[in-house]
Write a protein that binds this ligand. Structure first.
Ligand SMILES: Nc1nc2c(ncn2[C@@H]2O[C@H](COP(=O)(O)OP(=O)(O)OP(=O)(O)O)[C@@H](O)[C@H]2O)c(=O)[nH]1
Ligand SMILES: [Mg+2]
Ligand SMILES: [Zn+2]
Length: 269
C-alpha cells in the first residue's frame, strides 16, 4: 500500500537524538512563532524556527507578545531587519484588544495555524483571546487554584469563530534542525540576494575565495550574528543528513545480512 507523503508538517528533533524527527502537526498553513517581548525575544531562535518551516511550505509569522511590558522597540526592530521585509511581524498584548483583532483578521476561514514557542510566552493566553473565551488553562489561572503553573502538556486543537483551526502546543525547549535544504537556509538568512554573485556556483559561504556573502559580512552589510547562526544551522543540518544516511546504510546492510543468513540456513536444512 502506498502512503501519501505528509504535507506541510511541522517537525521537531526527537529529544536525545540527532537524526530522528517527530511530527508536531500536519497540514499546517501558518505557524505562529511566538516570543514574548519581556525576555524571550531571540532572533537566533526565530531563524531556527523559520528554517524548520521553510522546507514544508508553512508560512512563518512572528508574533511578539506582552507588548504591554517594557521592551526596547528599536533593538527588536534592528534585530528583525533581515526578516521583517519577508514575513509578517505582529506585536500583541492581551490588554490591547486591537492587537488581538488584527491577528484574528489575519487567520482565514479553514486555515490551520500552529502556535509554537517557549513555555510561558503566552501561546494559550493568545488562543484564549482569539477565541474570545477561556478555552485553555494558562499560567494565570493556576495561581487562584493554588495548583502551580498551568503549562500546556499536550497539543490541543481548537476551532476559532470565523473558521480558523488553532493548534496549541506545549513549549518546546530544543527544536533542532531536521532538514538539509541549504536553499531554505539561504532564504531565511536573506542570503539569496547574493545568489550567483560568489565565484563558485556551489559556494557554501564558509571560507571560499570570492564569496559575496563573506565580503558582505566584512563590509558590515550582513550582521555578524546572522552569519554565525548561518554557519551553526548549516552544520546541524549536515549532521542530521549525515546521520540519516548512515542509518539507512546500516539498515540496508542489516537487511542483506538477514537475507544471507536465511539463505544459508535453508541450504543447510
Ligand atoms: N503582561 C502580559 N502577560 C501575558 C500576556 N500574554 C500572556 N501573559 C501571561 O504569561 C503567562 C504565561 O502564559 P501562557 O499562555 O500560559 O503561556 P504558554 O505559552 O501557553 O506556556 P506553555 O503552555 O507552558 O507552553 C501567563 O501568566 C499569562 O497571563 C500579555 O500579552 N501581556
Ligand atoms: Mg500553554
Ligand atoms: Zn559564497
Amino acid at each position: 500500500m502506498d502512503v501519501l507523503p505528509r504535507q506541510k508538517t511541522l517537525f521537531r528533533l526527537k529529544s536525545g537524538t540527532i537524526s530522528e524527527r517527530r511530527a508536531i502537526a500536519a497540514h499546517v498553513d501558518k505557524a505562529f512563532i511566538v516570543q514574548s517581548l519581556d525576555d524571550n525575544f531571540n532572533v537566533r531562535r526565530l531563524e531556527r524556527f523559520m528554517l524548520q518551516l521553510a522546507e514544508e511550505e508553512i508560512q512563518p509569522v512572528v508574533v511578539l507578545t506582552k507588548s504591554d511590558l517594557e521592551f526596547n522597540r528599536t533593538e527588536v526592530e534592528t534585530a528583525l531587519r533581515h526578516i521583517a521585509g519577508k514575513i509578517p511581524v505582529y506585536y500583541t498584548s492581551i490588554h490591547d484588544s486591537d492587537s488581538i483583532e488584527a491577528l484574528h483578521e489575519f487567520i482565514q476561514s479553514g486555515e490551520t495555524v500552529v502556535f509554537t514557542g517557549s513555555s510561558g510566552v503566552g501561546k494559550s493566553t493568545l488562543i484564549n483571546a482569539l477565541c474570545g473565551k477561556d478555552v485553555f488553562k494558562t499560567a494565570n489561572i493556576s495561581t487562584s487554584t493554588g495548583k502551580g503553573r498551568h503549562t500546556s502538556t499536550r497539543r490541543e486543537l481548537l476551532l476559532m469563530e470565523g473558521g480558523g483551526i488553532l493548534i496549541d502546543t506545549p513549549g518546546i525547549k530544543v527544536f533542532g534542525v531536521t532538514n538539509d535544504d541549504t536553499g531554505s537556509l539561504n532564504e531565511v538568512m536573506d542570503f539569496s540576494r547574493f545568489e550567483g554573485k560568489c565565484r563558485y556556483m556551489d559556494c557554501q559561504h564558509i571560507h571560499e575565495a570570492g564569496c559575496a556573502v563573506i565580503e558582505a559580512v566584512e563590509r558590515g552589510e550582513i550582521d555578524q550574528g546572522v552569519y554565525e547562526n548561518y554557519l551553526k544551522l548549516q552544520k546541524e543540518a549536515w549532521h542530521f543528513t549525515a546521520s540519516v544516511h548512515e542509518k539507512r546504510k546500516r539498515g540496508k546492510s542489516f537487511a542483506r545480512m538477514v537475507k544471507e543468513v536465511k539463505k544459508s540456513s535453508s541450504k543447510n536444512r
